[in-house]
Structure formats: structure tokens, C-alpha cells
Design a binder for this molecule. Sequence first.
Ligand SMILES: [Zn+2]
Length: 216
Amino acid sequence: MSTAHLHAVPRPTDLVELYAEAPLPTRHGLLRAIVFRERGTDKEHVVAVKGELRGQESVPVRVHSECLTSEILGSLKCDCREQLEHALDLIGRSERGAVIYLRQEGRGIGLGNKIRAYALQARGADTYEANRALGFGDDLRRYDIAAQMLKQLGARSIDLITNNPAKIAALEAEGVVVHRRIPSLAKTNPHNIGYLKTKRERTGHLIELAEQKTSA
Ligand SMILES: [Zn+2]
């Protein structure tokens, strides 16, 4: 185990350590990119931070799980890219905030299994039926890592950008103080409307499926 920690003396319960940090000019203004590594591995997660979070209350935060298919390939099967852009735009316009980007593709089942699930969906299964057919639970995402990242960033309480009540509960169970919920954007298109409706019906997502109006 390495003993060269510049920032703090690690407790054995720490799952992540701050590995790198730099200013990052973005389309959403000047942010800071902060990379955390899962201790004892080379698995990395990144936070885009605006302003100073330490000691602050009600910091707008999105805890976002990687979605390569929509964010990189432009897939219309989900709304992850829009939610990510919405959150980055929101923190960019705020005095402070953070988007925690967790590398847990496909609700935690990984990219290859996600595409296998898509193959089943192409033959008529919904998201949850497909995951179960592959032997996975509905949602393998974990939030203990995000909670520890938030703790190290020093925010006292957050306003979580989400439509997912289970995510609020999971973070609160890890000791995060969630002051209130900021609704996340959910834009519909002909390819994701079924997915969004299933998500709302099966998992209690608080999704408003009304047409989104874009401001001029
Ligand atoms: Zn997605």
C-alpha cells in the first residue's frame, strides 16, 4: 500500500483517493477536472467542479453514470446525454456545483453486456426483462464511491439533480445530506419514449414526459 498521500492521511475505509486535478476550460465555462482512483486499482472516476465546494450548503450536484452509447455514439435509446449536458449547463451557470461522472456503464453491467441486453430488446424485451434474462439485477449501480468523492470535495449538503428517488436514498444511506431535488431533463424521442415510460412505471422515476420547450 502506498504511503505517499499529499492531501490527507487515508482512513482504511476510504474507497477512493484524489489522483489528479486541473483547470478545464469548457463550453460550460471554466471548470476543474478532478480525477479520483478507486484505491488499489487503476479504475478512475472524474468530477467536473465549478467554484469552491468546501464547507458549502445546497451545492447543485449531478451523480451521473457513464453511458458510452448515448454520450459518444449518439444513441437515442436513452436520455443520458441530454441529462449530462443539462447538468453541466446548470452548474456552469451556477456559482458552484459538480457533476460526478461514475464509470459504471449500463447500470453497472458493463458495455458488452449492455449491448447484449440491447440485442434482446431488439427482439422485444424491455430494459428490465433483458437484464434479468442475462442474469443481472435491475440496477447494479453503486453510490458509495460518489458519496466518498463528495466528502473529499467538502460539500456539506447538496441539491441533487435527478429524477430518481432511489439515487437520493442511496446517497443518503452513504451519509450524503441531500437538501432538495433539482429535476433532471428528460427529453423524449420516438426511440426512448418506451424506455422512459418503463423507467417511470417500474422504478418510480419522477419523470415529466411533457414536451420540453427550448428557450430562444
Ligand atoms: Zn444511457
